[in-house]
Design a protein around this ligand. Structure first.
Ligand code: NAI
Length: 335
């Protein structure tokens, strides 16, 4: 039976990379019955909502979404679509595997980087609680709860055990934010005691940033509250070639949305030159979520082989090919 999955191509380069990803998925032989959902800046402006009801209804129905980037409308006070989806579906865990692609020229190409980042997705300074106390004095509230901290720590440790990872590093600034980050760290330690098979350590966020650049190969899994997770995830993506090549997953108890972290790239939209690697790799995470790990492994190997061959890469990673040629090469490498 075919999997029913919500496909949100988005806008800008979204439809081009979504089309490439759907072709690659079809070539794996996994049967998917896509529920196409239109979500673009124009749709948002017309409906007056960052998350029009038809998008939520489809995701609630299917439980699984593959999403391209959506341009944030310039006019009006629209909130981020991604934040709206995460909040509405309670997608509490942002998961981003970051690994070296063979053959891809980066500043760290001689180093084998292989880590998974876990970012708490629902609270911290993203609670949107800000106010002006008196004129010219503004307060933003950083919310950390035991509930959300235990939940993300449980998710990360369970993932680590299931995927044979060896170590989790919790990242914090509890030396300064003793109460909020202190609570986060206490929750991580508590969960760590239930996983004696996984090594556990902690790093203060500033030191972690330096160590990631100096010795990225020594990291395995990183467990972070929302704000540090947001920043460190992009730093980590930069180690392996940037946002164009790293996948992302937003996971909840009942729903999962897989998406590339980059935006709609209006500067190259419609030119057929966008790099679909990030969305294809997000689709690999989706296949694993569906239990299709053999197909996921095959697609992963095909992308790696395309990079290693270094003949059909897109311009953003130093190649001369377009989206279609790159996708044809990936499909050609599927064994
Ligand atoms: P962007 O990520 O769209 O583009 C930054 C630069 O990276 C551009 O030069 C672009 O051409 C390049 N780039 C990005 N993805 C690429 C790909 N797959 N292949 C080749 N080159 C790629 O960031 P920007 O310009 O700040 O944002 C554009 C729009 O996207 C904005 O409206 C923003 O709000 C929205 N956005 C949406 C996201 C989402 O829906 N997940 C995430 C981030 C931004």
């Amino acid at each position: 039976m075919a999997y029913k999955i919500t496909l949100i191509p988005g806008d800008g380069i979204g439809p081009e990379i979504a089309d490439a990803t759907v072709r690659a998925l079809e070539a794996t032989g996994v049967a998917i019955d896509w529920e196409h959902v239109e979500l673009t800046a124009a749709v948002i402006e017309k409906s007056g909502s960052s998350l029009p009801p038809h998008v939520l209804e489809s995701l609630e129905r299917t439980g699984v979404g593959l999403k391209g980037p959506v341009t944030t409308p310039i006019a009006g006070g629209f909130k981020s679509v991604n934040v709206a989806i995460r909040k509405q579906l309670d997608l509490f865990a942002n998961v981003r595997p970051v690994f070296t692609l063979p053959g891809l020229k980066t500043r760290f190409e001689d180093v084998n980087i292989d880590m998974v980042l876990f970012r708490e997705n629902t609270e911290d300074l993203y609670s949107g609680l800000e106010h002006e106390v008196v004129k010219d004095v503004v307060e933003s509230l950083k919310i950390i709860t035991r509930f959300a901290s235990i939940r993300i720590a449980n998710y990360a440790f369970a993932y680590a055990r299931k995927n044979h990872r060896r170590k989790i590093t919790a990242i914090h600034k509890a030396n300064i934010m003793k109460l909020s980050d202190g609570l986060f760290i206490r929750c991580c330690r508590e969960v760590a005691t239930e996983y004696p098979d996984i090594a556990y350590n902690e790093l203060i966020v500033d030191n972690a940033s330096m160590q990631l650049v100096m010795r990225p190969e020594t990291f395995d899994c990183l467990l972070m509250p929302n704000l540090y997770g947001d920043i460190i995830s992009d730093l980590a993506a930069g180690l392996v070639g940037g946002l164009g090549v790293v996948p992302g997953a937003n996971m909840g108890e009942r729903h999962a949305v897989f998406e590339a972290a980059h935006g709609s790239a209006p500067d190259i939209a419609g030119h057929g030159v966008a790099n679909p690697t990030a969305l294809m790799s997000s689709a690999i995470l989706m296949l694993r979520h569906l239990g299709e790990s053999a197909a996921a492994d095959r697609l992963q190997r095909a992308i790696a082989a395309t990079y290693a061959e270094n003949k059909h890469l897109t311009r953003d990673v130093g190649g001369h090919s377009g989206t279609r040629n790159f996708t044809d090469a990936v499909i050609g490498h599927l064994t």
